[in-house]
Ligand binder design. Structure first.
Ligand code: NAD
Length: 320
């Protein structure tokens, strides 16, 4: 198990502070998750809620500010459950039991009784900071506060839970559980600690993700973490190849699909992830590292400006 501070982070801290961080970690965090909260019922939040209901069989309070997202999400969950029943993966009783565990609501105040909450709202820093400030007030003091962010610093999200940086009561409970898309299918999950995250919080996040049937990889709080640090420049480069005429859409996707044994090419994958999400992650990599190699493609920016966000909006590099 990785320690609460990554080696990179620990090197920056005097030994006294390192010991202080370790002792702070002992009291907080709990692996006994009896109720889960999920904030954001989009493609990731819905997937996380559904997997928690099916695999861990915990009640899930699913919060979204938009009623139509909740309606769409619950409808989609019902479709996925019916598909699993049709394919004999689960029984009708198990599907009904899982559906009954999902409680949709537009009220974030409903998270007052959760033991673990996972935020999956759009990749907008100010939105996440605002939600974590609220979660720290609303959720019980023992609850783990996890984010599904693709690229925003966990340390900064944790800092938003308190006005007093020396008081780590809330910030030590913040961690990232970065699930992969689609959540019901992909086994991998990245677990990322901020500077303030306690060891108990990290352990609780790893344990809960294992209960969901996932395989956790622990990584450092560095822009893009591991998965997107590697994946997004690959997608961005594919868009630059399209933009500059090195190859057309089909040639780009075909060579990567058939040449590197991946299930879909980079442009189709970008549509599937959401072009707004891809652009947001590239912007974080670019801004946070200051390295020009992460410059987002102009075409990617234009497509997001046009509202062509990929599969979710009906048009991206492909039409849906
Ligand atoms: N899409 C992917 O492939 C992928 C993969 C890994 C991580 N992520 C990350 O997961 C997060 C969610 O991504 P997504 O693709 O599910 O986004 P999405 O746009 O599909 O869903 C976001 C949901 O959040 C809701 N929302 C917006 N503001 C809210 C608020 N204030 N309170 C409650 N709900 C609110 C929206 O109504 C929407 O239903 C992002 O941080 C993203 O970077 C995405």
């Amino acid at each position: 198990m990785a320690s609460v501070l990554s080696a990179r982070q620990a090197l920056r801290l005097p030994r006294q502070l390192r010991l202080f961080s370790t002792s702070l970690s002992l009291g907080s965090g709990s692996t006994d998750v009896k109720r889960l909260g999920v904030v954001g019922a989009g493609q990731m939040g819905l997937g996380i809620a559904l997997v928690a209901a099916v695999k861990a069989q915990v009640p899930v309070t699913l919060v979204d500010s938009a009623q139509n997202s909740l309606d769409k999400g619950i409808g989609f969950a019902e479709k996925l459950l019916a598909k699993d029943v049709a394919k004999n993966r689960i029984t009708q009783e198990q599907a009904d039991a899982a559906r009954a565990l999902l409680t949709p609501t537009t009220s974030i105040d409903s998270l007052a009784d959760v033991d673990f909450v996972i935020e999956a709202v759009p990749e907008i820093p100010s939105l996440k900071f605002d939600i974590f400030a609220k979660l720290a007030q609303i959720c019980p003091k023992h609850a783990i506060l996890a984010t599904n962010t693709s690229s925003i610093s966990i340390t900064r999200i944790a800092a938003a839970t308190t006005q007093d940086p020396t008081d780590t009561t809330n910030s030590s409970r913040v961690v990232s559980t970065h699930f992969m898309n689609p959540v019901p299918v992909q086994k991998g999950v990245e677990i990322i600690s901020g500077l303030q995250t306690s060891q108990a919080t990290l352990d609780a996040a790893v344990a809960f993700c294992k209960r969901l049937g996932k395989i956790p990889s622990v990584s450092a709080d560095s822009p893009g973490f591991l998965a997107n640090r590697i994946l997004m420049p690959y997608i961005n480069e594919a868009v630059i190849c399209l933009e500059t005429g090195v190859g057309d859409r089909d040639a780009i996707d075909a060579i990567m699909k058939n040449g590197t044994n991946v299930p879909m090419g980079p442009l189709q994958l970008a549509d599937f992830i959401g072009l707004d999400t891809c652009l947001a992650i590239m912007k974080v990599l670019h801004t946070e590292t200051g390295d020009s190699k992460y410059r987002p493609s102009v075409l990617l920016r234009n497509m997001v400006d046009a509202g062509w966000l990929g599969k979710k909006s009906g048009r991206g590099f492909y039409e849906y």
